[in-house]
Design a protein around this ligand. Structure first.
Ligand SMILES: Nc1ncnc2c1ncn2[C@@H]1O[C@H](COP(=O)(O)OP(=O)(O)OP(=O)(O)O)[C@@H](O)[C@H]1O
Ligand SMILES: [Mg+2]
Length: 222
């Protein structure tokens, strides 16, 4: 599903070069649930941005679902991203003036699906993540855990090949974090491929496989 080979990424800042990813090799099979754990500044978000086609490496090869992504144009990359990847972020990234249902409709309408049909899908997804009855609520009228459930439903809207979650429980209390991890585990049990980034070992342990990142280098946990 995902295959990164010899990926390097540096940032240049005021004459200094920061090697954010150092010769990273990483494979994810369909149906896997992998966590990437590492301290602040270790390169987690940089890796997530490359996996999610939000940034490009300086060198190396990235194959996603049999497509060699470095050969794709920007337009093509955006299309691949919309079709194949669902994102979940620490701060939910919901649109605050839109209701729960409308937030989930956004990627569907963007894809060309009608308002009526996308609304139906959004209702179903909200029910799936345990938010039946909250469809018309604005993000500010929902708890943190409920907002993250809306974000999970939105990530699922386009039926992605893979879900990328960057610190999805980072803004939540420990009980709510467990709820959200249960939700992700259930999705994985139903076949959803998930890559989760965290600095919290208790969160990382919920995945079936853990890899460590440190100073831009990736190590497989045994
Ligand atoms: N746009 C950028 N310009 C310059 N340096 C950057 C940029 N983005 C990241 N870096 C540097 O690259 C390294 C890796 O950053 P990254 O954001 O991937 O870390 P992280 O593991 O996600 O950290 P955190 O847990 O704090 O989110 C850090 O040293 C960071 O300062
Ligand atoms: Mg980060």
């Amino acid at each position: 599903m995902i295959e990164l080979t010899n990926i390097n990424k540096s940032f240049h800042l005021g004459g200094e070069t920061i090697k954010a990813l150092d010769n990273v090799n990483f494979k994810v099979k369909k149906g896997e649930f992998v966590s990437i754990i590492g301290p602040s500044g270790s390169g987690k978000s940089t890796l997530m941005n490359i996996l999610g086609l939000l940034d490009v490496p300086d060198s190396g090869k990235y194959i996603l679902d049999n497509v060699e992504v470095q050969t794709a144009s920007d337009n093509n990359l955006a299309e691949i991203r919309n079709k194949k990847i669902g994102f979940i972020f620490q701060n939910f990234n919901l649109l605050n003036k839109m209701t729960a249902v409308e937030n989930i409709q956004v990627p569907l309408v963007y894809k060309g699906i009608s308002n009526e049909e996308s609304k139906k899908t959004a209702y179903k997804l909200l029910e799936k993540v345990g938010l039946k009855g909250r469809e018309g609520h604005l993000p500010t009228q929902l708890s943190g855990g409920q907002q993250q459930r809306v974000a999970i439903a939105r990530a699922l809207a386009c039926d992605p090949e893979i879900i990328l979650a960057d610190e999805p429980t980072g803004a939540l209390d420990s009980k709510t974090s467990i709820d959200i991890m249960n939700e992700l585990e259930q999705l994985n049990n139903n076949g959803q491929t998930i890559v989760l980034i965290t600095h919290d070992i208790n969160v990382a342990k919920r995945a079936k496989r853990i890899v460590k990142i440190s100073d831009g280098k990736l190590y497989e946990e045994v």
